[in-house]
Write a protein that binds this ligand. Structure first.
Ligand code: ZN
Ligand code: MN
Length: 439
């Protein structure tokens, strides 16, 4: 019980998989930039009699996502037809999954909290409507591209947690599992928050929920949620109940706009897809799908193993290739502490992409920068005297004109100083000593 208005937020996220072919046919799954309707066949155009054949890679990748999100993978799963009429859906239904999704009951950690995943299922993307010059055109190149839908529980009560969660999910899918470009500008990751607000003293779920459709940036998700919380709270304060509906976010105005009154599951008249038999997975098969070390696991390992700051570990693990680079470099040098390497990368003191400089070059420069220079000249002088008296023969060689002998002595002093000296300073100091003792 609480005496304030409290938001209740859940999420639905759609991610296109970057398989080679589409979900149920052999057309190219990469449709971006292709001439309209050039990337189609009878299956993805939904022509009568065409038979869908599921893409095995897409099924495996959905299991991979489910496992990475700590889900239970259902051993028996099937596709269903979800009916609705819209011009971008030529069959009149979308092949999706209804009551037996591939994965259920998982969670992702973000901001130090666990947010539950309700389900992860596989479906097909729709075509795309293009509105131009008073006409509406439809492009089916995207039709039937494999699409994974992730649904969370309504576990969020503020927009910052939502954004942290979405960023974590994006990093896992794009950087670590490598199953989707998750490119929001190109629409391969789309986010839909559903928001309601509980009245003071109200527990459980409010009698309505508002879904904001197809948002393509973290920042717009945040703004849409802030706008909805304010709008709904005002309605509730007036003693009314917000309408259950689907709204769209208008980026330029920063507001949400009513689109349609929300459908119920019954409106879709789901039934099992008769052209695709249910899929039955053996445990062996599920176990064979491997999950790499995930960003949150890497982060804790960096903190415990390398003793680096948690905020730096966070930054390093956001990009898989930077994390790999960091670990490789740490393994290549004893002279630079992991925290110093992390500083160089995080503060962009040195370029980090292996394409710009090699790991070897990075290590060399890091060691140069890291070697703390001894500035106390009495320490240097002591080392110089020690080396001169311990190497009489070499000193004689130098004094009798073998100039190169000095380099041996420089090396000995550097060793004595454990590298914490500038070789040029050492050399000139040695020469001063040797010439003055000669005089
Ligand atoms: Zn096709
Ligand atoms: Mn969907």
């Amino acid at each position: 019980m609480s005496n304030t208005y409290r938001p209740l937020i859940g999420l639905e996220i759609h991610v296109e998989l970057k398989t080679k072919s589409k979900m149920f046919c052999q057309c190219d799954a990469e449709y971006f930039g292709k001439p309209p309707n050039s990337n189609t066949c009878p299956v993805c155009l939904g022509l009568p009699g065409a038979l869908p054949v599921p893409n095995k890679q897409a099924v495996e990748w959905t299991i991979k996502i489910g496992k990475a999100f700590n889900c239970i993978i259902n051993k028996i799963t099937k596709f269903d037809r979800k009916h609705y009429f819209y011009p971008d859906l030529p069959k009149g239904y979308q092949i999706s999954q209804y009551d037996e999704p591939i994965a259920v009951k998982g969670f992702i950690e973000a901001n130090g909290k666990k947010f539950r995943i309700h389900r992860v299922h596989l479906e097909e993307d729709t075509g795309k409507l293009i509105h131009s010059r008073g006409e509406s055109l439809v492009d089916f190149n995207r039709s039937s591209v494999p699409l994974v839908e992730i649904v969370t529980e309504a576990d969020f009560d503020n927009e910052d947690d939502v954004v942290s969660f979405l960023k974590e999910l994006h990093t896992i899918i794009q950087q670590y599992l490598d199953v989707s470009n998750a490119d929001m500008d190109r629409g391969s990751m789309r986010m839909e928050p559903n928001i309601s607000v509980r009245k003071p003293g109200e527990d459980g779920f409010p009698p309505y929920k508002v879904e904001v459709k197809n948002i393509n940036s973290f920042n717009f998700v945040k703004k849409a949620i802030q706008y909805e919380i304010k709008r709904q709270t005002e309605i509730l304060e007036n003693g009314e109940i917000p309408v259950q509906e689907t709204r769209g976010y208008n980026e330029t105005k920063g507001i949400t706009i009513s689109q349609r009154v929300k459908e119920e599951a019954a409106d879709y008249r789901y039934f099992p897809e008769p052209d695709i038999p249910p899929m039955v997975f053996e445990q062996k098969f599920i176990d064979s799908i491997e999950i790499p070390e995930l960003p949150s696991q890497k982060l804790s390992r960096y903190v415990s193993e390398f003793k680096i700051k948690e905020s730096d570990a966070f930054t390093l693990t956001r990009d898989g290739s930077i994390a790999d680079f960091f670990e490789k470099v740490v393994g290549m040098t004893q002279k630079v502490a992991p925290q110093q390497i992390a500083n160089l990368i995080v503060n962009k003191k040195l370029p980090v992409t292996p394409t710009v400089i090699s790991e070897e070059e990075f290590v060399k420069r890091a060691e140069e920068q890291a070697a703390p220079k001894q500035t106390d000249s009495s320490v240097l002088d002591a080392a110089v005297k020690k080396v001169i008296s311990a190497n009489e023969k070499v000193v004689q060689d130098y004094k009798s004109g073998k100039e190169n002998a000095i380099m041996f002595l420089v090396g000995q002093v550097m060793r004595e100083m454990k590298g914490k000296a500038d070789a040029n300073v050492v050399k000139s100091r040695l020469i001063e000593f040797l010439t003055s003792s000669r005089a």
